[in-house]
Design a protein around this ligand. Structure first.
Ligand code: GDP
Ligand code: IMO
Ligand code: MG
Length: 432
């Protein structure tokens, strides 16, 4: 004990990678429990020789901490080519990756899933989700349809080829007859997957057993979510969501530990809001302020390079995230990005069809109609990147943080004031 969960409280890209990396030195295991290489987690570390920047997609951000055992849990979907490319990139930079564990039950993203993701999006035209095109949705769909391929299938060649053939039997009909594509050769897919088997073998583990044994030995486990609460397939802005459960509840299913082992749920939340891809976003800005947030915050996707849509802080979203995740602490990130603004509005409710709502409305149609109700606070107009304690912040920045805390329903226990690992104000030791 204990298990700590880090989740995104908005639409992803809140700075989960930085928060996970920051806690890396204080925990024994870091586990990814859902999603795949749709995630993009940027970690920046100040070293004596300058800034070291890492962009991680599939591997847990804890892999950068030498004493951490990084684990890819059963709930993750794995593109093996991407995983090995990422591992090779880290090995080249001198990172020890030998402790990595990969669940035997995790599902594999096959080349036909990537193809399917792309052709379906194209087919949807104006109604597309704006996925990352990494094959995430089709792989989870196959998992639930019970025609998926798991890591363990790579070690039984006959089962693997039967499963690939079964999956392609209907998919090839769709590729050829509906999407006007060539059929995918089952043998080729099987061979591609088998080509990874030997190199993968030392990493393959019963990760649920491993993690439960670790908890018995009083080790600390950090479960790192990908994406965010509003991208959750159950609790997000469906259908403009990802195909897994980033919420804290997903951490138990996606790693094979009991929910009663989780003692802390850290909601990572930006001091403003961003989203990538299509879907409702009440506080979105289309003016110069939105552009300034994007430029100053470097709001371009780590995975796809797309511009992130930007807007003001949305407290009803924060309160909703507290509710569906059981957030015990917020880690407020990117406060420094707001330093250039004279005035900073924060959304405290919505006006929907003439009525004021303090909570997210029940239906998606209402959410599409939601107009933010703002309270505007004075800015601080000074550089805060050197602040390391709350009292180092200008009074107006302190007031902004206190206002967000009052509005959001959980204590703010850490504040990010810059990109690097150490540019953080820690108000409570989150590893306990
Ligand atoms: P994730 O997907 O939640 O891990 O977030 P991303 O890595 O996709 O996006 C967050 C970006 O903000 C990254 O480039 C981080 O290095 C950066 N970042 C995180 N925290 C802070 C902060 O407090 N201030 C600033 N300026 N940048 C931050
Ligand atoms: P991290 O972990 C932001 C978005 C996509 C799209 C929707 C579905 O870096 O916070 P998918 O490829 O998952 O089927 O796409 O979800 N999306 C993300 N947005 N950050 C992410 O991850 C995301 N992962 C997926 O843009 O709108
Ligand atoms: Mg990201």
């Amino acid at each position: 004990m204990p298990a700590i969960v880090i989740i995104g409280a908005q639409w992803g890209d809140e700075g989960k990678g930085k928060a996970t990396d920051l806690l890396g030195s204080a925990v024994d295991y870091v586990v990814r429990y859902q999603g795949g290489n749709n995630a993009g987690h940027t970690v920046v570390i100040n070293t004596p020789t300058g800034k070291e920047k890492y962009a991680l997609h599939l591997l847990p951000s804890g892999i950068l901490s030498p004493n951490v055992v990084p684990v890819i849990g059963n709930g993750v979907v794995i593109d093996l080519a991407v995983m090995f490319k990422e591992l090779d990139g880290l090995i080249e930079r001198g990172i020890d990756v030998s402790k990595l564990k990969v669940s035997a039950n995790a599902h594999v993203i096959a080349p036909y899933h990537v193809l399917q993701d792309k052709v379906v999006e194209r087919f949807l035209g104006k109604r597309q989700i704006g996925t990352t095109g990494r094959g995430i949705g089709p792989t989870y769909a196959d998992k639930v349809s019970r025609i998926g391929i798991r890591i363990q299938d790579l070690y039984d060649e006959s089962i693997l080829s039967q499963k690939v053939e079964a999956a392609l039997a209907t998919k090839n009909e769709l590729f050829v007859k509906i999407y006007n594509r060539r059929a995918v050769e089952a043998n080729q897919v099987t061979e591609t997957l088998l080509s990874f088997a030997d190199r993968l073998k030392p990493y393959v583990t019963d990760t649920s057993l491993l993690l439960n044994n670790a908890l018995t030995e009083n080790k600390t486990i950090l479960l790192e979510g990908g994406q965010g609460t509003l991208l959750d397939v159950d609790h997000g802005t469906y259908p403009f969501v990802t195909s897994s459960n980033p919420v804290a509840g997903g951490a138990a299913t996606g790693s094979g530990i009991g929910p009663n082992k989780i003692s802390t749920v850290i909601g990572i939340i930006k001091a403003y809001t961003t989203r990538v891809g299509a879907g409702p976003f009440p506080t979105e800005l289309f003016d110069q302020n939105g552009k300034e947030l994007r430029d100053v915050g470097g709001e371009f996707g780590t995975t796809t390079g797309r511009e992130r849509r930007c807007g003001w802080y949305d407290a009803p979203v924060a309160r909703y995230a507290v509710r569906v995740n059981g957030i015990t602490d917020f880690f407020l990130t990117k406060l420094d990005v707001l330093s250039g603004f004279d005035q900073i509005p924060a959304c405290v409710g919505y006006e929907i069809d003439g009525k004021v709502h303090s909570e997210l409305p029940m239906t998606q149609t209402e959410f599409h109609h939601a107009k933010p109700v703002y309270e505007t606070l004075p800015g601080w107009k000074s550089d805060i990147t050197g602040a390391r304690s709350f009292s180092d912040l200008p009074k107006t920045a302190q007031d902004y943080v206190k206002f967000l805390e009052e509005q959001s329903g959980a204590p703010i226990s850490a504040i990010g004031v810059g990109q690097a690992r150490d540019a953080t104000i820690v108000l409570r030791d989150l590893s306990k």
